[in-house]
Structures are given as structure tokens and as C-alpha cells.
Design a protein around this ligand. Structure first.
Ligand code: TYC
Length: 105
């Protein structure tokens, strides 16, 4: 027979235990606009580090250029940190002031 609320067994066992699967928090990687980094360099970064095709990379670069910021990907904490570091390193090497950050989704 099935238990009804208030039945002895359910009272003893307590509220139904639902197994919870823990999903790791995800992090947005954000690219910030500035007045100096060349558009072609930003497109190159998006293609190389964020696996975008040329058309997608241009579209996202222009979104950053117009709006000031855009999400360029969502990753686990470790991958997001690596992406941010890679963007900053490529920019630093070319002496561009491009900024990239991450935030919890
Ligand atoms: N605003 C830059 C320019 O006019 C282009 C640019 C786009 C820079 C996106 C940074 O994240 C950026 N050359």
C-alpha cells in the first residue's frame, strides 16, 4: 500500500529526501571596450581563444565596441581563469590595453 501524508512511516522518515546533484558554479568571461585596442586584434583573440568563426568574432567585437562589454563565453572557474589570463597575456605582449574579466553567473 502507498503512504499518504501523515501515515506513520512518512512521519518517521521525515520529508521526502530528493537526491540533489551539485552543479559547479559557472563563470562568465567578459571582454571590455577601450579606445585603443585595434578591432582586428580583438577579432583575432575571439577566434583564437573562444573558437568563434570570423563572422561571430566580428559580431561580438562590435557588440563590445558599441555597448562597452559583452560575455564571450561561460566556463568552469578554472577554464574561465585560464581564458582571462590568456587574453591578458596576448594583449600585454602586443601592448594593447584590452581588459578581460570574469564573474560568477
Ligand atoms: N573600441 C576599439 C576601437 O575602436 C575596438 C575594441 C573592441 C576594443 C572591443 C576592445 O574589447 C574591445 N579600436
Amino acid at each position: 500500500m502507498t503512504n499518504r501524508p501523515g501515515d506513520r512511516e512518512e512521519v518517521e522518515l521525515g520529508v521526502k529526501t530528493r537526491p540533489r546533484t551539485q552543479r559547479p558554479p559557472m563563470y562568465k568571461v567578459l571582454l571590455l571596450n577601450d579606445d585603443f585596442t585595434p578591432m582586428e586584434f580583438v577579432v583575432h583573440v575571439l577566434e583564437r581563444l573562444f573558437s568563434m568563426n570570423h563572422a561571430q568574432a566580428i559580431e561580438i567585437m562590435l557588440m563590445v565596441h558599441r555597448k562597452g562589454v559583452a560575455v564571450v563565453g561561460v566556463f568552469s572557474h578554472e577554464i574561465a581563469e585560464t581564458k582571462v589570463a590568456q587574453v591578458m597575456e596576448l594583449a600585454r605582449r602586443q601592448q594593447h590595453p584590452l581588459q578581460c574579466t570574469m564573474e560568477k553567473e
